[in-house]
Write a protein that binds this ligand. Structure first.
Ligand code: ZN
Length: 341
């Protein structure tokens, strides 16, 4: 499932690609036909993320003409949660602005970002027209230079500003967002939410009401970096440790937003030696974690990017004992039983 940094990157891509444009909105698959009809022909005026929730704000162009756009109550929001299987696929005309926004003429952003192999950016073409939708496209947004197709989301609906605020009020603080004026201190909200629960801190980090945007990778990696036992009850974790954990999440998630890849290892903890094929074959159920920077020559290789995530059975980078794995609330939890005792 995409973690918060991916959703913030999506929000930025939508902002760069479509802000101020009148968009053709449709539902090629048909399941979102009524919602698409509400938004069709409206102008994109905002693109925001809160944790794993994406909000695209649309204004009626006739209201824009009267100068009343921007009034929050006039904006209709497309709320999307990708869930486990959702993805956005962007295709553009190859113009510089499009390539800057999505990093390629075509890119798929979901569980992981992909840039299809093939010829480089085509020359911008005055006669560009969007390619036909592939697969079951729930929503298609078409602008002047690019098209965005949404497939397989967990949530996709049109909401009012009030309904959007109700969703946000239920969410915990997001380490990537800057707190708006009048909002509380997100770090103290996080600390208080963890400390009023007797649930394991490893469960609380995955609870979007406690902290928004952390998924399975950031959960495992931030707990390792903090040397915190994932099974420790939240109320027993000292507030100082939780403040440090929050500060680390801010650094890690914002770094992921900037680069598009999750890298949590410190340079001195990378061994430069990827596990051999025999070692990997002997470990059941592992699969390689791919990141969208895998082909970049100066990127940290995926095998070196994590301390514990998907490293069960491999030696801990710090103490050398095998990394542990167990299922917790239906998701795999990875940790070091020595470093995080
Ligand atoms: Zn260890």
């Amino acid at each position: 499932m995409p973690e918060g940094h991916t959703v913030h990157r999506l929000a930025r891509a939508f902002g760069e690609l479509f802000t101020g444009e009148t968009l053709a909105v449709s539902s090629p698959q048909g399941r979102f036909a009524a919602g698409a009809a509400v938004l069709d022909g409206h102008v994109l005026v905002a693109s925001e993320a809160w944790g794993k929730q994406l909000f695209l704000g649309f204004a009626d162009p006739t209201l824009l003409g009267q100068g009343t756009a921007g009034r929050p109550d006039d904006v209709r929001w497309l709320r999307v949660h990708l869930g486990l299987y959702g993805a956005w696929t962007f295709t553009g005309d190859g113009s510089t602005a499009v390539v800057h926004a999505i990093g390629a003429p075509r890119r798929r952003i979901g569980e992981r970002e992909t840039v299809p192999a093939g010829p480089g950016a085509p020359e911008p073409d005055d006669a560009w027209s969007p390619p036909p939708p592939r697969g079951a496209v729930r929503v298609r947004l078409v602008g002047t230079h690019a098209v965005a197709d949404l497939t397989g989301p967990t949530a996709c609906e049109v909401v009012t500003g009030e309904e959007k605020r109700a969703v946000e009020d239920r969410l915990g603080p997001d380490p990537i967002r800057d707190a708006a004026p009048g909002e509380g201190d997100p770090r103290e909200e996080f600390v208080a939410a963890v400390r009023r629960s007797r649930s394991a801190v490893g469960l609380l980090l995955m609870n979007q009401d406690v902290v928004a945007g952390v998924g399975n990778i950031y959960r495992a990696e931030s707990l390792f970096r903090a040397r915190l036992d994932p099974m420790r009850p939240g109320r027993d974790v000292p507030a100082e440790d939780l403040r440090a954990l929050w500060d680390d999440l801010v650094v890690l998630l914002r770094d992921g937003t900037r680069t598009g890849a999750i890298v949590t290892t410190r340079p001195e903890d990378r061994d430069g030696a990827a596990p051999t094929a025999d070692v990997l074959d002997a470990l059941p159920g592992r699969r390689r974690v791919r990141q969208n920077t895998d082909d970049a020559p100066d990127a940290v290789p995926a095998d070196e990017a994590f301390y514990v995530y998907h490293r069960d059975g491999l030696p801990c980078r710090v103490c050398g004992t095998p990394v542990l794995l167990k299922e917790l609330a239906g998701r795999n939890l990875y940790w070091c039983g020595v470093c995080q005792a």
